[in-house]
Design a protein around this ligand. Structure first.
Ligand code: ADP
Ligand code: YYY
Length: 454
């Protein structure tokens, strides 16, 4: 179960703008339930359904599929495969949504979808009934308001920017009509939950509103008192959330080094083709830039080289510290090939910092989540370290599957498969809380396993 923040209030109070900003700041998923109601209305309007004919509206619900997708940080609303993100924002659809959202069957239809999203992710969800009906146990509930005039003024500005000729009076009338519809419907009317914090934004500008909401959230997520026994509930502090700092992709490995590395790579690829019966698959999945994690099953000491040969930017990888203690020339060699030491079995936390530093410096990082080589070729369960590094750095993880029969020897048939990159935030792992790490680790191990067995 993720952390859930419920944000309710009337139209134009600032819910979606603020929720988006908070989601970006806290690396949460933003769920715009209004967009879902708008999509239902959009389908009805587009298909000529009479909005006073409740029976017909209900009968059409089974034809609707709604998805919220996240591309380049923006939320897109997909209705039956079509991106309707812009289409649902017209005054006509606003008014239609206000009408169709009063129908209990429409609400029940969207309720399941909303609850599922809340279960799977850390989310901030905005709407009218989130704190009262959809997420009655939300960790934080906020009721956002502003005077009808202030809200109408904001909407008018928005509409004017889009070239819409509506007047202030018309917009105010629409807002008041929708407020009336939303607060007077029988099912899940707009009202403040008893345990919600009310924030009035009438005299606050946007930044002040965002700051106030962040303050309320931090206060609520900090330490929560259990009303029944006065004990402090299991603390879910935002401290952990703050540690997530997506690495900056502005650091690049020296281009000359990349060029020399490229020439060497191709020379080594040639040698490897002579020595092994080797093939690389899925090379189109390898990002052209650095700062990515390659997570692979571990079969042999050659694995870092196998993985590196199709990555354009050099790789760093962890190697057991004993390798750095013996022969100085060997230490020099492996260090220059990107290895850095890790103390095994001691929960070496410095290695996490070093890994992040490597990624930040623009290098790629190879990790073998199983920790040790597999003798029989079976993929083990994997440790959480890979997920922790990926979650803290919020960077792509490219799963890799390495297969060969028995022991690696001259002319062994080797296949190295690169899978599609995993983006932590897209699979609900936008934090370092235990649920995010579990989700991420499981996904990485699943992908590696299926690449090995393809
Ligand atoms: N506190 C505020 N002060 C000024 N403008 C605001 C404020 N909050 C929101 N806005 C602006 O008002 C408009 C409506 O806000 P929006 O987030 O769409 O409201 P809601 O989701 O509650 O309907 C947006 O253009 C937004 O930039
Ligand atoms: N949880 C929700 C969310 C929206 N609705 C209704 C109320 C509104 O009339 C429509 C559209 O909501 P939306 O939040 O997009 O509207 P505004 O952006 O506030 O104008 O859906 C609802 O009934 N319950």
């Amino acid at each position: 179960m993720g952390i859930n923040i419920a944000l309710d209030g009337p139209s134009g109070a600032g819910k979606s703008t603020i929720a988006k900003a908070v989601a970006a700041k806290m690396q949460y998923v933003y769920v715009d339930t209004g967009a879902m109601y708008r999509s239902v209305a959009c389908y009805m309007v587009t298909n000529g359904v009479d909005l006073d004919n409740t029976e017909e509206i209900i009968s059409k619900l089974s034809e609707i599929s709604i998805k919220l997708e996240y591309k380049d940080g923006a939320q897109h609303v997909i209705l039956n495969g079509e991106d309707v993100s812009d289409k649902i924002r017209t005054p006509e659809i606003s008014m239609a949504a206000s009408k169709t959202s009063a129908i209990p069957e429409v609400r029940a239809f969207l309720f399941d979808l909303q609850q599922t999203m809340a279960k799977e992710n850390n989310i901030i969800m905005d709407g009218r009934d989130i704190g009262t009906v959809v997420l009655p146990n939300a960790d934080v509930k906020i009721f956002l308001t502003a005077s009808a005039e202030a809200r109408a003024q904001r909407r008018l500005k928005e509409l004017q920017e889009k070239g819409d000729p509506s007047t202030f009076e018309e917009v105010l009338r629409d807002i008041e009509q929708r407020d009336y519809n939303d607060t007077h419907r029988e099912t899940a009317p707009l009202k403040k939950a008893d345990d919600a914090v009310e924030v009035d934004t009438t005299s606050l500008d946007l930044q002040q509103s965002i700051d106030e909401i962040c303050r309320v959230i931090n206060e609520k997520l900090g330490v929560k008192k259990n009303d029944d026994d006065g004990a402090v509930k299991k603390e879910r502090t935002p401290r952990v959330l703050m540690e997530v700092q997506p690495i900056s992709k502005t650091h690049h490995v020296n281009p000359l080094k990349v060029l020399v590395y490229g020439i060497l790579r191709w020379a080594v690829i040639g040698i490897y083709h002579l020595y092994y019966d080797i093939r690389w698959e899925g090379t189109e999945n390898v990002p052209k830039d650095g700062g990515n994690i390659f997570a692979s099953n571990h079969r042999s000491y050659q694995d870092p080289v196998f993985i590196a040969l199709h990555a354009r930017v050099p790789l760093s990888y962890m190697a057991k510290e004993e390798l750095f203690q013996g022969n100085k020339a060997f230490k020099w060699l492996i260090s220059n090939l990107g290895a850095f030491p890790v103390t095994r079995g001691k929960g070496d936390t410095a290695v996490i910092d070093t890994s992040i530093e490597k990624l930040e410096s623009g290098r790629n990082l190879a990790i073998f989540p199983e920790g040790t080589r597999s003798k029989d070729g079976k993929v083990g369960k994997g440790k959480t370290g890979v997920a922790l590094i990926a979650a803290v750095a919020q960077t792509k993880v490219i799963p890799v599957g390495i297969t060969f029969e028995g022991k690696l020897k001259f002319r062994s048939k080797v296949i190295v498969r690169y899978g599609e990159p995993i983006v932590p935030a897209e699979i609900g792992a936008s934090n370092t809380d235990s649920k995010s790490l579990r989700v991420l680790k499981n996904k990485v191990m699943e992908e590696i396993t299926s690449l090995v067995h393809e």
